[in-house]
Design a protein around this ligand. Structure first.
Ligand SMILES: C[S@@+](CC[C@H](N)C(=O)[O-])C[C@H]1O[C@@H](n2cnc3c(N)ncnc32)[C@H](O)[C@@H]1O
Length: 336
């Protein structure tokens, strides 16, 4: 095992995928202009997470309506031993614990602390597109003595590829917080197949899914009374103003949330209150009155759909963990 007792922020072995700031802005501009010049207009939710977006998402997680984090936290706090039994194997092999889209990592910290207490050999590789949130995570994990930590700043699969170059240890992938829900059902299928193709038989995936439930409960979670989810969405327009010389007037857009219980798709939009033209990086973008920008999906699943997703992408579901209300599931899969 390579011994990397360090907090290697933005760790990257290959120059070709090191994202320079210039390259990052170029991709951001291309995606934003492509999305705003399409019909219907859309933006990618991966751009929500700048420093302000990270802080707003942390506020969302504390909103009374946003049950997802509390449910998953209950699972990690109250079923830590069973989670460990599900991700470790009988040969007590040392493993790489790779967390995709880690955010503030408050749930995983329960697992990590217990693994360390039991002296189980592992390395923790948190991945996130936001360098800011990784720095916060490193600070929050600094009290965990003996943690072998390698932070990876970048896109999910770019960083997973980097992680596989660091070692060929058995891999346990955490993908928590219903991040998978931020893909359409179709995109999730492609994602899981791609994920499987980067793993070896016997590797483990622990994935968090928000379950289908009372549609009012779901819609309320994304329509919080305090308007934090609205501000989180509007913040992407603000980011475009700052980073891409945009001139969005945030007061001219309204947050609109929908949930379709039949498909399980909960979608966020920003709607133009008036006919208007916005400039982004010197390009004019026209909006008619009432025209919307599709911002994000938060896809909800049934247990059957999760099982199908696992088996269609080359995994077997081995066990599931739910909270007492049965609103959220952490599903454990093994690569076949
Ligand atoms: C909804 S938050 C969830 C965070 C965490 N998994 C949790 O359970 O609280 C999504 C996180 O994934 C990160 N993220 C979003 N898209 C990403 C991508 N394409 N590659 C890497 N990280 C991404 C964001 O920066 C953010 O921290």
């Amino acid at each position: 095992m390579i011994d990397i007792q360090q907090s290697a922020h933005a760790y990257s072995l290959q120059q070709d995928i090191v994202q320079t700031e210039e390259h990052r802005v170029l991709c951001f501009r291309e995606d934003v202009l492509g999305g705003l010049q399409s019909y219907p207009k859309h933006l990618s939710s991966k751009y929500f997470y700048d420093t302000k977006g990270d802080a707003l998402f942390q506020q969302i997680m504390n909103c009374p309506e946003y049950y997802l984090t509390r449910c998953e936290l209950e699972i990690f706090r109250d079923q830590t031993s069973s989670l460990i039994a599900a991700i470790t194997n009988a040969r007590a092999q040392s493993f790489d614990l790779i967390e995709l889209g880690v955010g503030d990592g408050i749930k995983s910290k329960y697992l990590i602390r217990e693994l360390l207490d039991r002296k189980i050999e592992f390395r923790y590789l948190p991945v996130d597109i936001s360098g800011n949130i990784l720095s916060q995570l490193e600070t929050s994990l600094s009290d965990l003595q003996g943690l072998n930590l390698v932070s990876l700043e970048g896109e999910y699969f770019d960083m997973l590829r980097e992680a596989t170059k660091i070692s060929d240890n058995r891999k346990v992938i955490l993908f928590l917080g219903a991040n998978i829900g931020n893909m359409s059902a179709k995109e999730a299928q492609f994602f899981c197949k791609d994920l499987r193709s980067m793993l070896q038989p016997g590797d483990i995936v622990l994935m968090g899914f928000d379950l289908k439930k009372n549609p009012h409960t779901i819609l309320d979670a994304y329509n919080d009374k305090g308007g934090i989810t609205r501000d989180f969405n509007l913040n992407l327009l603000e980011r475009i103003n700052t980073e891409l010389e945009g001139n969005f007037d945030l007061h001219r857009f309204t947050h609109y949330q929908t949930y379709d219980p039949e498909t399980g798709a909960c979608k966020s939009y920003l709607v133009s209150n008036i006919k208007q033209t916005v400039i982004v990086s010197g390009t004019s973008i026209s909006f008619s009155e009432g025209e919307w920008i599709y911002m994000e999906v938060s896809q909800k699943y049934s247990l059957k759909e999760i099982e199908k997703l696992a088996s269609h992408s080359g995994f077997s579901m081995i066990t599931n963990f739910t909270d007492p209300k049965r609103w959220f599931i952490d599903s454990v899969w093994i690569a076949q």
